[in-house]
Design a protein around this ligand. Structure first.
Ligand code: ATP
Ligand code: MG
Length: 465
């Protein structure tokens, strides 16, 4: 099986290869590299306690997969035959959560170990809506049918995510060919890909995320249906998509993830307002802005610096705001400032219907954008006041980022760099300099498109830009 895909499986072969339940393959301690030392103490505690109470329990999912790849796992998930109620009875520090999937969280201060009961096949049981439910598109709305470990393995998404480690005898259990796929660095869905994507369209996002993060290739049969099924993401609750986008863009492999999302027609579903701005080579001003921002984000994650969803969304959606503002300015003759602020509202309203970006972040996104206009005003107390704004630093970084791709803001960006770095007493000199440049600067900022004569509404405030 090893390397079979590397030369490129033919489509027919790949469609015929059905990696359903294989024989259970058990590797003893000396046949695999996982050592208990690499597993979090808390996860081990939970495993031991479950085992001691007589329940089968395993480490599973990303924890096992990442250890086998020599990576440090993000978290450790546990699967057991104990039901949520039985788990709760065993652990004082246990919270039961979730409706779609009922899960137990065992809480150790800030560390939370997620424990899931083995899941069974939903079609085997009665159709009680409390236990399992499916939408007309085949999407699983509820999935709380319990089963055996074999069934649990089959219900997981990718073969490499269906490896189980036992802390009782240190064995590793492979039901779906995950070990061979890990070695071939192949991401392969368990079962029929189309059915599995329809059950849960987020699996398409997960495919891309794991491919980028683990440097693996999505198997041809798992890749094939994505482009066409991508629009199913529209049925996913916006809150869940917010959580997923954080994992896609703030986990250290954002650039590669973004490129794959575009390739598979998934980015277009998440950010439909950007679709008209995407070009075949991906190198327009707005696309380059996104790429630079994602490279910076990845570097910051690697250096363990703070990254914020607000800055990310400000960069991702900047192109949509600018182009919408230009349309509003041209079509309704609004002053640039008003057109811009109206575009900000429209773009955020429309985006949050798809991805539920919490208000605390959209407030920051708005501030970062609005400050782009304020930073063009360099007279009087404007610069000083702008600097006092809590989002000044983010807005300033954003201006410098824009300056890497946009034309016409070079003088403004370098002025701000000097202003920020200079001592307060020498800032007046910079302001005097700016007054010489201001008229030109204002022209550059306002004339993104040639402006029509203004038709200011009676009584409306003069434009700020
Ligand atoms: P990471 O935590 O590194 O992002 P992970 O594989 O652990 O990766 P989790 O979201 O923590 O991902 O899920 C844990 C495990 O649960 C997965 O490995 C997989 O076996 C299973 N799983 C998670 N989401 C799904 C899904 N949508 N469909 C099927 N199985 C899933
Ligand atoms: Mg995990």
């Amino acid at each position: 099986m090893l390397g079979k895909d590397e030369g490129g499986e033919t489509q027919m072969e790949s469609e015929q290869r059905a990696p359903d339940i294989h024989q259970r393959r058990i590797l003893s301690r000396d046949e695999h590299p996982i050592s208990r030392k690499e597993i979090s103490e808390n996860a081990l505690k939970v495993l031991y306690r479950l085992n001691k109470a007589g329940y089968e329990a395993y480490l599973v999912g990303g924890g096992v997969r990442d250890l086998l790849l020599g990576k440090t796992p993000k978290d450790f998930d546990i699967a057991t035959e104990a039901t949520p109620e039985q788990i709760k009875a065993l652990f004082g520090n246990c919270r039961l959560i979730g409706r779609r999937f009922r899960l137990a969280h065992i809480v150790f201060g800030r560390d939370i170990i997620e424990v899931a009961t083995f899941r069974g096949h939903h079609h085997q049981v009665n159709n009680s809506r409390h236990v399992s439910a499916q939408s007309e598109e085949g999407m699983l709305l509820r999935d709380n049918v319990y089963g055996t470990i074999e069934e649990d393995a089959e219900r997981r998404d990718f073969t490499v995510n269906a490896l189980y480690y036992s802390a009782k005898d240190f064995t590793l259990h492979d039901f779906c060919g995950g070990l061979a796929d890990l070695e071939a660095r192949r991401l392969d869905l368990i079962g029929d890909p189309e059915t599995r994507y329809r059950e849960d369209p987020v699996r398409m996002l997960r495919a891309v995320r794991f491919a980028a993060k683990l440097d693996m290739t999505i198997s041809p049969r798992s890749a094939l249906p994505i482009h066409e099924l991508a629009p199913l993401l529209q049925d996913i609750p916006a809150a869940r998509l917010f959580e997923e986008t954080l994992k896609l863009f703030l986990a250290g492999d954002a650039l590669q993830t973004y490129r794959l999302l575009r390739e598979y027609n998934l980015f277009q579903q998440l950010f439909p307002q950007l679709t008209p701005l995407l070009t075949p080579n991906g190198d327009s001003v707005h696309e380059r802005l996104i790429e630079f921002a994602l490279i910076d984000t990845d570097n910051r994650v690697r250096e363990e610096k703070r990254v914020t969803p607000a800055f990310l969304y400000a960069t991702l959606l900047w192109g949509a705001v600018e182009s919408r503002a230009r349309i509003l300015e041209n079509e309704s003759g609004l002053p640039w400032h008003d057109a811009f602020m109206m575009a900000v509202n429209e773009v955020l309203d429309s985006q949050t219907r798809i991805i539920a970006i919490p208000r605390r972040f959209t407030t920051d996104v708005r501030d970062i954008w609005a400050l782009q206009l304020r930073l063009t005003r360099r007279q009087g107390r404007h610069p000083e006041r702008a600097m006092e704004h809590p989002k000044f630093r983010a807005a300033y970084d954003f201006l410098l980022l824009r300056n890497r791709v946009e034309r016409g803001i070079g003088e403004l960006a370098s002025w701000w760099e000097r202003y920020v770095e200079s001592a307060p007493e020498s800032r007046h000199q910079l302001q005097r300099e700016a007054s010489r440049d201001e008229p030109r600067e204002a022209r550059e900022n306002n004339n993104k498109k040639r402006r029509r004569p203004r038709r200011r509404k009676p009584g409306s405030a003069p434009s700020a830009s």
